[in-house]
Design a protein. Sequence first.
Length: 211
Amino acid sequence: MKETSANVIVIDDDQSVREALGSLLRSVGFQVKLFSSVDEFLRTGPPQGPTCLVLDVRLPGQSGLELQRELATTSNQLPIVFITGHGDIPMSVQAMKGGAIEFLTKPFRDQDLLDAIQLGLAQHQAWFETEQALAALQKRFLTLTPREREVMALVVEGRLNKQIAAALGVSEITVKVHRGQAMRKMGAPSLVDLTRMADKLTLRPEKVKTH
């Protein structure tokens, strides 16, 4: 397995299991954090960067399945690989329906766990990159003036400069200037690119006064 600096979080109340998994995961280059309970994990705050969670189903206090449901309500789509010594079909079905990468019953093959973790990390890396790109896009959008945002919303709706000018009560020249500034600040080389950016931002035309 290729070495990586990706993060793997292990939550298991069995110390011997935690230590064995920690040793295995570090041996292939993962950065590992070990916790004995969900509460202990939650006190550390959300993980930074691409991460995969290796989670025991049965834990003291909050269970693994309960944590899965809680994480599903957050913005961070943290991938989960479940491990358990007491698995059953309904439990595994519930976990997989909740979006788990894999449900492994102890004892499991090391390679099965590593393969599942790699899949989870790949998914989280893709999600992480998408979130970063969107954050950068939103940052650029915030540099636009209110009028530039207004013009951009109408441009990507497909309106011509003269239609936008009429809607806003300004000259076509003014519209062209604002349109050019919006494209420059957004880093959009074409109208197609600007429209794609607006879609990602779920930008909607603001209410404008028509004349």
